[in-house]
Design a protein around this ligand. Structure first.
Ligand code: ADP
Ligand code: ASP
Ligand code: MG
Length: 402
């Protein structure tokens, strides 16, 4: 018997009608002779609303309490979906992260799955039950509930598919697959029939939230048969897999990440050990640094700028300020009116001139580049935030539509 894991995002379960729509997808799959484990997100904007509620009471609430709160969202949708399936006359049980055996570390709000104890899920499948699991949550060794980070339900689904050796993992969402760019921002974006794990991982890490980046990492590691499709339209989605057929497209996608802030440390002494000091301070606080730029030393001083995720900016500034005596910078500036726009594609490895073409397209759109970074299959630029969508469309036009 085949095992299919199906994940449904927030918009797919946002109200009664959508819950029954999802219940039908699940029961049809079950009726066709498959075991089904479904993973659900919180309904609609529930997670955002809960965060707002918390901020209203205590903007500095501990992450442990935030996880306690956010766990409730997924529990509501899982139980309601199970009730809908019960009403259709099928055997079903909903399980929260703890009951489903999701053991994580204690990094509240961004916990990593350490292991999945599959015993309970196996037992329920033996009883021929459909299983509904709350997405994005787990439990740590202190028996406290944790969450896997925003968008983490995708990772819950892929993790179950890997642990239970499922035949297929379907991520049902509000678009009908992975596009060359967010179709809401780039109307001319094209749907991809397939995309490689590496390209999808880069796209997800560069801000394409259609899949949580850790879900792609995990799918690649355990070679999960992964598909992104629509919960509203019945048509083929996008296959995410190890190797994809050769395509004409030089790049597979364009993505934008607004969750970045640039920090500039200006007027540092131009001597050895300064970069080491700065980045080891940031590392000691577990701050992820992305693009780094160092100016040429002049008159004995230099500038170092770098980008960090928005929620790390304050802490980054604090830790650098605390080392003022050693670093002796003229000033430390935070710019948060920036965005990172990236192009991704394995094709760029064997084709010179991709960077030039990217910069030309941005120049023609009159967009100024502040920082650049490249990797094997990706080029990213930092630009003004208000030009992000224009840049995505310009790059899409240059690389995909002709
Ligand atoms: P869910 O609630 O189902 O998890 P998300 O909002 O997390 O849904 O992800 C789906 C959204 O991702 C789409 O509505 C779309 O706006 C956005 N998106 C960003 N980049 C892409 C892309 N390259 N292809 C498809 N959708 C994308
Ligand atoms: N509900 C969580 C969020 O909004 C997890 C998810 O939807 O994947 O981020
Ligand atoms: Mg999502």
């Amino acid at each position: 018997m085949r095992l299919i894991v199906q994940k449904f995002g927030g918009t797919s379960v946002k109200d009664k009608e959508r819950i029954f729509n999802v219940a039908n997808i699940i029961t049809n799959t079950y009726k066709n002779g498959n075991n089904v484990i479904a993973v659900v997100s919180a309904q609609g904007d529930t997670t955002d609303d809960l965060i707002e509620k918390a901020n209203d009471i205590n903007p500095h609430a501990s992450k442990r309490e935030m996880d306690m709160l956010l766990n409730t969202g997924e529990q509501i949708s899982a139980s309601l979906l199970a009730m809908a399936i019960e009403s259709l006359g099928y055997p079903v049980i909903s399980l929260n992260g703890h009951q489903a055996g999701f053991y994580t570390d204690s990094n509240y709000s961004k916990a990593r799955i350490k292991k999945i104890d599959t015993e309970r899920m196996e037992r329920e499948l033996d009883k021929k039950r459909i299983i509904i699991v709350t997405g994005f949550q787990g439990v740590n060794r202190y028996d406290d509930v944790t969450t896997l980070g925003r968008g983490g339900s995708d990772t819950s689904a892929v993790a179950i598919a890997a642990a239970m050796k499922a035949d297929l993992c379907q991520i049902y969402t509000d678009v009908d697959g992975v596009y060359t760019a967010d179709p809401r921002l780039v109307p001319s974006a094209k749907k991809l029939d397939e995309i490689s794990f590496d390209e999808m991982l880069e796209l997800a890490s560069c801000g394409a939230q259609v899949l949580h980046n850790r879900s792609v990492e995990m799918a690649k590691k355990y070679n999960v048969n992964l598909e992104v499709c629509s919960s509203l339209e019945h048509k083929p989605g996008t296959k995410v897999k190890e190797v994809t057929k050769m395509e004409k497209l030089l790049i597979k996608g364009v993505a934008k990440d607004d969750d970045v802030v640039r920090i500039a440390v200006v007027g540092l002494p131009d001597k050895p050990g300064i970069a080491y000091k700065i980045f080891s301070l940031l590392a000691s606080k577990k701050i992820n640094v992305d693009i780094i730029l160092q100016s040429i030393g002049r008159d004995g001083t230099k500038d170092i700028s770098f980008t960090v995720p928005r929620d790390s900016a304050e802490m980054a500034k604090e830790v650098l300020e605390s080392a003022r005596d050693i670093l002796r910078p003229n000033k430390i500036e935070i710019a948060d009116n920036v965005t990172k726009v990236s192009i991704v594609g394995a094709g760029m490895q064997s084709n010179p001139g991709v960077a030039a073409k990217m910069f030309e397209a941005l120049y023609e759109a009159n967009i100024n580049i502040k920082m650049i970074s490249t990797s094997e299959i990706k080029i990213s630029v930092l630009i003004d935030r208000d030009q992000g969508v224009k840049a995505m469309n310009a790059l899409s036009e240059a690389f995909i539509n002709n």
